[in-house]
Ligand binder design. Structure first.
Ligand code: ADP
Ligand code: MG
Length: 276
C-alpha cells in the first residue's frame, strides 16, 4: 500500500487516521476466573452462578490456574514478555449485573507485557502491530430488558468469566488494517485454543480507539514515542464484527475531521457503535 492511499481528503487538506485496539477475548476454560462455576453458552438463566459470582458475604476469590496458563500461552503466541510477577486490582463500578460492585482486573502488573503481531494485508504488504499488554479480568453479567415489559432481569451466568484484554499500540492506519489485525489475532487465539473466537456470541470483541492527524505527525510519533504528536482519541466500545469495526472507524474519522475543520476540538470520550 502506498502512503497516499491512507489519506482522507478534507475541505482544508488531507488527514490521516491512527488506530489502537483493545480486544476482549473470553478465555477458553471450563470454569470462571475466580470461582468453580461452569462457563458455557446456552445454560438456563443463573444456572452457572456460584456464591462467589453472586458476591455473597464472606466469599473469597481463588484464582483459576487454567486461566493464567491460557493467558501465558497467548502471550507466547504474541511474542510477548511473560511477567513472572503479576497482581490483580479492584476496579469499582455500580452496575446491576455486577453484584461485587467491582471488577477484578490487572492494572499495574499485567500477566503479559510487550509483544507484537505480524499482519498480512490483502495487497501482500505485512505490517507489525505492537502489543502493549495482555491482562486478565472478570466479565460482568447481563441485564435483559426484553423479557418483561415492566422489569429488567439479570442473568449472572457470564459474571466472573475470564477475559483477556489485549491492548495494541496505536499502530494501525486504516479501517482494513484494523480489521486484518483482529482477524490475525483471532487466528492466533483459535490456533492456540485459548479463545473460541466466536464474535457472534461476543466472545471476541474490540474497543476501537480512533484519532486523526495531519500527514507527517504519525511518523514524528513513531520516531519519538511522544503521543502529543497525535490527535485526541475517541474510543468506540464493544464492536463485534469485522464489518462493524471498519464502519465505526470510517464514521468516527469523518466525524472528527469535520469537527476539526470547523475549528472545534475533539473531546476524549467513549462512544457506542450504532449499526443504523
Ligand atoms: P483506556 O483504559 O483509557 O482505554 P488503554 O491504555 O487500556 O486506556 O488503551 C488505550 C488504547 O488507545 C490503546 O490501544 C492505544 O494504542 C490507543 N491509543 C492511545 N492513543 C491513541 C491515539 N492518539 N489515537 C489512536 N489510538 C490511541
Ligand atoms: Mg479502554
Amino acid at each position: 500500500m502506498t502512503e497516499n492511499t491512507k489519506l482522507i481528503q478534507g475541505r482544508t487538506g488531507p488527514w490521516e487516521v491512527v488506530l489502537g485496539l483493545e480486544v476482549h477475548a473470553q478465555v477458553a476454560s471450563n470454569a470462571k476466573l475466580f470461582s468453580g462455576a461452569a462457563v458455557g453458552f446456552g445454560a438456563g438463566p443463573n444456572a452457572q452462578v456460584s456464591l462467589v459470582d453472586a458476591a455473597m458475604p464472606g466469599m473469597l476469590p481463588v484464582i483459576n490456574r487454567r486461566c493464567v496458563e491460557q493467558a501465558v500461552r497467548t502471550g507466547l503466541g504474541l511474542k510477548a514478555q511473560i511477567n513472572l510477577k503479576s497482581t490483580f486490582d479492584r476496579k469499582n463500578y455500580f452496575y446491576p449485573d455486577l453484584p461485587q460492585g467491582y471488577q477484578i482486573s490487572q492494572f499495574k502488573d499485567p500477566v503479559v507485557g510487550e509483544g507484537e503481531v505480524l499482519v498480512e494485508l490483502d495487497d501482500g504488504e505485512t505490517i507489525t502491530v505492537g502489543i502493549e499488554r495482555l491482562h486478565l479480568e472478570q466479565d460482568a453479567g447481563k441485564s435483559l430488558h426484553d423479557q418483561d415489559p415492566d422489569s429488567t432481569y439479570v442473568d449472572l451466568n457470564r459474571a466472573g468469566t475470564a477475559l483477556m484484554e489485549i491492548v495494541s499500540r496505536p499502530h494501525m492506519r486504516s479501517a482494513p488494517e484494523a480489521a486484518a489485525y483482529v482477524k490475525k489475532l483471532r487466528t492466533i487465539l483459535v490456533y492456540l485454543g485459548t479463545c473460541d473466537g466466536d464474535m457472534e456470541k461476543g466472545n471476541l470483541r474490540a474497543d476501537v480507539n480512533v484519532s486523526v492527524c495531519r500527514p507527517g505527525a504519525y511518523e514524528k510519533f513513531r520516531a519519538t514515542g511522544d503521543f502529543s504528536h497525535l490527535g485526541t482519541r475517541c474510543e468506540i466500545k464493544n464492536v463485534n464484527s469485522y464489518r462493524y469495526i471498519q464502519q465505526a472507524i470510517e464514521y468516527e474519522a469523518r466525524r472528527q475531521i469535520e469537527i476539526l475543520e470547523d475549528g472545534g476540538k475533539i473531546d476524549q470520550e467513549t462512544r457506542l457503535f450504532d449499526p443504523g
